[in-house]
Design a protein around this ligand. Structure first.
Ligand code: DC
Length: 436
C-alpha cells in the first residue's frame, strides 16, 4: 500500500521547497511534475519542434526519457540520459513551458509517466493537477497558495541565486501569465481538488507551512495505521479455530444464562453452501449473540467503529467480522463479502444498517439483496426477539431460506433489489412477531 501526498498550487508558492523538506522528513519520493513538462519544453527547444507540430510532438513523446531521483536530498532530473537539473530552469524553458503543458497529447503522456514514477511507492508529488487528475484519491491533498507579488518576489530571488538574469517585472509578468494559462487550461487546469486543504502561505514562514502540512500528514498516517490494523485478516490457523470454538461456547453459554437465549428452527440454516443470514438489529449485543449461537460459522458485517473497542476488535478478528465504512459505498467491504460468498461461506448482515433502523425510519440497505442476487445465495431471515436485559428472554427465530433465483442475477435493477430487500425485511418482521 502506498502513501501519496499531493501538493498543487500556482507557481512560486513554495511547493518545491515544501516537497523537498517533507520528502526528507517522511522518507517520501519527491516527484516534481512541473519538471517533466520542463523536460518536454527543453526537448522541443533542442529539437526545434514548434508548439503546433502535432506529428513531431507525438514522435518526440515516443522516445523521450525522463528520469528523476533524489540524491543527497537534492533532486536530479535527467532527460535522455543527460543531467538537465539546471537547464530546465532557464529563461527560454520558463517562457514556453506553460504553453507546452497545455498541449493535450503532452499532458496525457506526462500523466502516464507521473503515475508510473509513483507506482507502489510512498511519494510527495507537486504540480497543478495532482489532486484533481493524477491522484484524486491521494492520502493528503494540499492546495498551496500565495498572492502574486509574494510569489514573483520569491521566484526573482531564486533566479538571482541561480544567476538567471530576469528583472522583477519580467518575473512578475511571467508568473501572472503562467497563472492565467494554468487556470484556463482545457485539460488539467489548476483547481482546488475536492477534499484538499487550502493553505495561503503569503504571510507564513516556511517553518509554519511545514508544521501545518506535517500535522495533516501525521493525522493521516495515524488513521492509516489504525485502518491497517482493523482490516488485517487473522490467518486461519488451528489455534485460531480452537480459540474461536472456546470463545463461541463461552459467550453462547453466557447468553443462554444471562439473556435466556433460545433458538427456534435453526435447522433452516443450511449446513453448508453459500447463505446470507439477515436479521433485525436491536443493539450491540445481538450480532455477537447470533454469531456465537448459530452452529455454522457466520462472517458478520459490522461497522468499522466497532473495532475501536479492543475486546470487540479481538472478537471481530477471531470471527472474521467484515468491517464496513458507513455513509459511503464501501467497495472493499463488498469485494471481501463477495469473495467469502464465492467460497461457500455464511455471511451475516443487518439490512437495517443501524440499530432499530426500521423504527427510526432509516432507509433499509440493498446490499444483502444485491449479494444474494449476484451470487445466488439463499437468504435466511432471522427475527430477534427480546430486549437483552439480564434474565429476560431473547429468541432467535430462524426463517425458511428465501430463494431469489427468479430475479435476473447478472445486472440486478434497482427496483428488483428494492423488491428483494422488501421480501427479506417482510420475512424478518414476521419472525420478530412469531410465537408472541
Ligand atoms: O511548477 P513549475 O513552474 O516547474 O511548472 C512548470 C509548468 O508546468 C507550469 O507552467 C505549470 C505546468 N504544470 C502543469 O501544467 N501541471 C503540473 N502537474 C505541473 C506543472
Amino acid at each position: 500500500m502506498s502513501f501519496i501526498v499531493a501538493i498543487d498550487g500556482p507557481a512560486g508558492t513554495g511547493k518545491g521547497t515544501m516537497a523537498n523538506i517533507l520528502s526528507k522528513k517522511y522518507n517520501l519520493l519527491n516527484i516534481d511534475t512541473g519538471a517533466t513538462y520542463r523536460c518536454v519544453a527543453l526537448e522541443m527547444l533542442n529539437k526545434k519542434i514548434g508548439l503546433e507540430d502535432e506529428e513531431k510532438i507525438a514522435e518526440m513523446l515516443k522516445t523521450i526519457k525522463i528520469e528523476m531521483n533524489n540524491q543527497n536530498g537534492k533532486q536530479k532530473v535527467e532527460l535522455n540520459g543527460e543531467d538537465v537539473t539546471e537547464k530546465i530552469r532557464s529563461k527560454e524553458v520558463s517562457e514556453i513551458v506553460s504553453q507546452v503543458s497545455s498541449i493535450k497529447q503532452i499532458r496525457l503522456a506526462m500523466a502516464g509517466l507521473q503515475r508510473k514514477m509513483a507506482q507502489g511507492k510512498d511519494v510527495i508529488m507537486e504540480g497543478r493537477d495532482i489532486g484533481t487528475v493524477i491522484f484524486p484519491t491521494a492520502d493528503v491533498k494540499i492546495y498551496l497558495d500565495a498572492n502574486v507579488e509574494v510569489r514573483a518576489q520569491r521566484r526573482f530571488k531564486q533566479n538571482q541565486e541561480k544567476g538567471i538574469n530576469m528583472s522583477y517585472e519580467e518575473v512578475l509578468e511571467n508568473v501572472k501569465m503562467r497563472d492565467k494559462n494554468d487556470m484556463e487550461k482545457e485539460m488539467g487546469a489548476l483547481k482546488i481538488a475536492p477534499g484538499a486543504t487550502v493553505i495561503d502561505a503569503s504571510e507564513m514562514t516556511i517553518k509554519q507551512v511545514e508544521r501545518k502540512i506535517s500535522k495533516i500528514i501525521d493525522k493521516k498516517i495515524k488513521q492509516k495505521s489504525k485502518e491497517a490494523k482493523i482490516y488485517k485478516i487473522r490467518p486461519e490457523t488451528t489455534w485460531k479455530k480452537i480459540e474461536r470454538a472456546i470463545v463461541k461456547r463461552l459467550i453462547y453459554t453466557f447468553y443462554r444464562v444471562v439473556f435466556r437465549l433460545e433458538k427456534v428452527n435453526e435447522e433452516n440454516v443450511p449446513i453448508d453452501g453459500t447463505v446470507i443470514i439477515c436479521a433485525n438489529h436491536l443493539n450491540t449485543w445481538d450480532a455477537v449473540g447470533l454469531v456465537t449461537a448459530t452452529k455454522r460459522k457466520v462472517n458478520f458485517i459490522a461497522k468499522e467503529d466497532l473495532f475501536n473497542n479492543p475486546l470487540l476488535s479481538w472478537i471481530g478478528h477471531l470471527f472474521d467480522v467484515i468491517p464496513i465504512k458507513r455513509g459511503m459505498r464501501d467497495m472493499e467491504a463488498m469485494k471481501r463479502c463477495l469473495g467469502y460468498l464465492k467460497n461457500g461461506t455464511a455471511l451475516g448482515i443487518f439490512p437495517e444498517g443501524t440499530r432499530r433502523g426500521l423504527e427510526k425510519g432509516a432507509k433499509v440497505q440493498n446490499g444483502a439483496a444485491y449479494m444474494a442476487l449476484k451470487t445466488k445465495a439463499k437468504v435466511v431471515p432471522v427475527g430477534i426477539q427480546g430486549t437483552f436485559k439480564p434474565f429476560t428472554k431473547v429468541t432467535l427465530n430462524y426463517g425458511k431460506p428465501i430463494d431469489f433465483s427468479k430475479y435476473d442475477s447478472k445486472n440486478p435493477e434497482k427496483d428488483e433489489l428494492d423488491k428483494a430487500t422488501k421480501e427479506i425485511m417482510d420475512n424478518i418482521i414476521m419472525l420478530t412477531k412469531a410465537g408472541k
